[in-house]
Design a protein around this ligand. Structure first.
Ligand code: ADP
Ligand code: MG
Length: 288
């Protein structure tokens, strides 16, 4: 390996779209043995598209989609944007929502045109005591395809698909080959998470993880002696990014994620992690 100072390393990183905050981040990253990756927006593009609308008896597709999208107008979640966009493309009429509530990691609820609507995952429906048993099979079938299926509590399902970034597969392969233990952590459902993980050859998956649990996962790994890097993009990921030895933020993600991170991948290309690792190890060898 060529001798390399920290300044040279950070300079080379910057050229490749990898911003390294300081010498500490670089030194710590050379020693990391475990990488936790968020799914949505990190492994995937984070720009999901509406793919499926299923209705239970007594509800029309137009009604379901109109109500779901009206409600999601109040949310900034990428899933919400997909539903609103998809509904507009399909010519749905959006109505005003009152008493809007967003429940982190679960979904949204409110009053649309005087009707009480909730939209979200299984956990959300459990909280609201909505029985979704008749829809569960269809939801699971969509999840097995890697889609995110959400229940609409007037009787139906909306599903979105979030494509894996073109660069992710090769990056994950290289990181695995470099000996890193890779764990996917996501708030998404287990079936969806596993479908995405298996496409990428990731065999450790923690699904249904609430934002505070991502940090707890790091604490747990630390207790076992692991040195952990965490890659994420969301507001939700910031505490975990700060708790890890090295936080890696997507430059395409939330500002607080970038602020909490030691390394930022300007374009969100995970090959930047491979690059940073090579630079970090070359620098460490030079310092010793
Ligand atoms: P991730 O960790 O994959 O980025 P989140 O923690 O943001 O995911 O969300 C977890 C799950 O909560 C989503 O997969 C979805 O089922 C549900 N959810 C969160 N926000 C919304 C919303 N605005 N509308 C519908 N469902 C939502
Ligand atoms: Mg995310």
């Amino acid at each position: 390996a060529t001798p390399m100072s920290i300044m040279t390393a950070t300079g080379r990183g910057a050229q490749a779209g990898v911003l390294i905050k300081d010498a500490q981040a670089l030194e710590r990253f050379a020693k990391v043995d475990t990488l936790i990756v968020d799914k949505t927006g990190t492994l995937t593009e984070g720009r999901p598209k509406l793919t499926d609308i299923l209705t239970a008896e007594g509800t029309t597709e137009a009604d379901l989609l109109g109500l779901a999208a009206s409600l999601e107008q109040g949310s900034e979640h990428p899933l919400a944007e997909a539903i609103v966009e998809g509904a507009k493309e399909r010519g749905a009429t959006l109505l005003a929502t009152t008493e809007f509530q967003a429940i982190t990691g679960k979904g949204v609820a409110g009053l649309v045109d005087g009707r009480r609507i909730a939209l979200g995952n299984q956990a959300m429906m459990v909280d609201l005591e909505v029985d979704v048993r008749i829809l569960a099979k269809q939801a699971d079938a969509l999840r097995t395809e890697g889609k995110t299926a959400m229940y609409v509590a007037i009787g139906g399902i909306v599903a979105v698909a979030d494509p894996i970034k073109a660069t992710t597969k090769e990056a994950i392969l290289a990181l695995r080959e470099s000996g890193l233990r890779i764990i996917m952590a996501t708030g998404d459902n287990e079936l969806t998470a596993k479908a995405v993980a298996s496409k990428l050859g990731i065999d450790e998956v923690r699904a249904g993880v609430l934002p505070e649990d991502k940090k707890a996962l790091i604490d747990q790994l630390h207790a076992g002696g692991a040195k952990v890097a965490m890659a994420g993009d969301g507001v939700n990921d910031a505490p975990a990014l700060a708790a890890a030895e090295v936080g890696i933020a997507m430059g395409t993600g939330a500002d607080v994620a970038v602020e909490s991170a030691g390394i930022t991948l300007v374009k969100g290309d995970l090959n930047g992690i491979v690059r940073a690792r090579t630079l970090a190890q070359a620098t460490i060898r030079n310092i010793k």
